[in-house]
Design a protein around this ligand. Structure first.
Ligand code: FAD
Length: 135
């Protein structure tokens, strides 16, 4: 397997965010990622998504292309896609995290902005933020 890690940012675009929407996304992710042997994390906050997908290069590409066409989000921007030595999120088909005020210090630690705005984050900092959130 050519193990790669892809990180992208996007913005939710279907009116007011509803946690049921995240449950639906989570449900599809768990189902499909298990079959494709993908692992990762999906972070949601302030109407933005930050997601990391890890796995075989071809499976990551296929899944990313499907996700990028999803009308539930827009401004889908790849922050990085790199070969990886090991998985950082090996325990999860897709761990979903909704940011709360309790995460504000972490966001400030890894961002140059006070609010969560993943498009403006350096990809290395975005990965460090996701690693800090996997606990
Ligand atoms: P199913 O999983 O069978 O889809 C059916 C379910 O998803 C239903 O509950 C349906 O209501 C809902 N659904 C699907 N598409 C839409 C839509 N356009 N609008 C409203 N509801 C919809 N998919 C993955 O496989 N892996 C991921 O890691 C992943 N991450 C995602 C992250 C984000 C931010 C978003 C927005 C989507 C993500 N998805 C992911 C979902 C992906 O975009 C596709 O919707 C999904 O992969 C389709 O899977 P499926 O064909 O098996 O459909």
């Amino acid at each position: 397997m050519n193990l790669v890690r892809l990180i992208y940012a996007s913005r939710f675009c279907e009116g007011k965010f509803d946690t049921k929407e995240l449950s639906r996304i989570n449900h599809s992710s768990q189902k499909n990622n298990k079959i494709s042997e993908l692992t990762g994390i999906l972070v949601f906050g302030d109407d933005f998504f930050l997601q990391c997908l890890e796995g075989d290069r071809e499976e990551v590409s296929k899944t990313y292309h499907r996700i990028s066409q999803d009308p539930r989000h827009e401004s889908v921007v790849i922050l990085s896609m790199e070969d990886a030595i090991r998985r950082e999120f090996s325990e999860w088909d897709m761990k979903c995290v909704i940011l709360t005020e309790a995460n504000n210090n972490l966001i400030r630690e890894f961002s140059t902005t006070s609010k969560f705005h993943p498009h403006k984050m350096h990809h290395k900092n975005s990965l460090e933020l996701m690693k800090a959130l996997r606990k």
